[in-house]
Design a protein around this ligand. Structure first.
Ligand SMILES: NC(=O)c1ccc[n+]([C@@H]2O[C@H](COP(=O)([O-])OP(=O)(O)OC[C@H]3O[C@@H](n4cnc5c(N)ncnc54)[C@H](O)[C@@H]3O)[C@@H](O)[C@H]2O)c1
Length: 311
């Protein structure tokens, strides 16, 4: 299979690695040239990490994965390459209007046979599908981070998605050793519909000084078996992505639990994005041993404490 990927951030790179490890040729592009330039190296690194994690003895893996990925800085060259692909996968920022604009411009330039996949975490497939102009051949394939290590993929068909597109997608994902499952077309689908309100609630409790990062994560790990706990998960998802997902889900559902806590907005503003930037709820200077940060300066205190701090 040949696959074209637009967006080479955290998730784009995960998918590119997954596809290249499965033997597929991958063509990719990104609006940020620096992001694109770092893509092949990051994907090779992720492939090696995945092989170590699953004890896969694959000699020549780095060269094979690197050799299957082509990056395109020019939009015209990307469109030419994507035209010969089976699938176009969209993995850009979680912003409905942006995605609709990009798809409305890109998809009409590709042959009708190209199937459209979106990795959106929460958005309405019907709105994306209509923007791209090929609703029968449009479907959500929502993978999880890091894609080559997390088998689950939420598959969300839209109102007009054909049975052939669903079946093609299911087979293609199974061939890549993913574990596809059907999820409803509601804001956040199945996994984020449950996870995002919980994750935002955790941040609100931290902001109110009710829980500490370390206790929160140890508690969920040792009591519910969550491998990372909620704050480490936030740091892997990244603060800007969590903020975008929360806002898009809030707009689509008006559910007040999705109103983003101020601490999340402040972290985005301060560049404290999580594991990728070295600081989030944890300090990631040593990625193998993240240490919980003292976030007391973000805690909302009593009216007396807050007015005193203003003096
Ligand atoms: N981070 C996660 O854990 C996670 C998990 C599942 C799904 N998702 C979803 O995956 C998508 C991407 O998220 P991410 O975490 O990889 O974000 P990211 O910020 O790491 O990457 C997004 C990339 O899209 C690029 N981009 C933005 N506009 C573009 C355009 N017009 N043309 C080309 N490239 C453009 C950016 O330059 C950036 O490199 C979102 O829809 C998000 O909701 C994220």
């Amino acid at each position: 299979m040949k696959i074209a990927v637009i967006g080479t951030g955290v998730m784009g790179r995960g998918w590119i690695t997954q596809c290249a490890m499965a033997g597929h040729e991958v063509h990719c592009t990104d609006a940020d040239p620096d992001m694109l330039a770092g893509t092949v190296g990051a994907c090779v690194e992720l492939a090696e990490k995945t092989a170590r994690r699953f004890k896969l003895a694959e000699p020549g893996l780095a060269a094979a994965v690197g050799g299957r990925i082509r990056t395109h800085t020019e939009r015209a060259a990307f469109i030419a390459a994507a035209s010969a692909c089976d699938v176009l996968l969209e993995v850009i920022f979680e912003d409905l209007q942006l995605k609709r604009r990009v798809l409305g411009e890109l998809l009409p330039q590709l042959p009708e046979k190209v199937i459209f996949w979106s990795n959106t975490s929460s958005l309405d497939i019907n709105q994306l599908a209509e923007a791209g102009g090929r609703p029968e051949r449009s479907i959500i394939t929502h993978g999880f981070n890091p894609v080559p290590m997390m088998p689950g993929v939420e598959v969300v068909p839209g109102a007009k998605t054909s049975a052939e597109t669903v079946e093609f997608t299911r087979r293609a994902l199974l061939e890549m050793k993913k574990a596809p499952f059907l999820a409803p077309n509601i804001p956040g689908f199945w996994v984020n519909r449950l996870l995002v309100p919980m994750a935002l609630d955790a941040v609100r409790l931290l902001e109110q000084g009710k829980i500490r990062v370390e206790d929160g994560d140890v508690g969920l790990n040792t009591s519910l078996g969550h491998p990372q706990g909620v704050f480490k998960l936030h740091d892997f998802i990244s603060a800007p992505t969590m903020l975008r997902v929360a806002l898009e889900m809030l707009q689509a559902s008006s559910d007040p639990r999705l109103y983003p806590p101020l601490i999340l907005v402040r972290m985005v503003k301060n560049g404290e994005f999580g594991a990728a930037t070295g600081k989030g709820f944890y300090d990631w200077s040593d990625p193998r041993k993240p240490t919980p940060r003292d976030l007391s300066h973000y805690v909302v205190g009593s009216a007396e404490q807050m007015t005193a701090a203003l003096k």
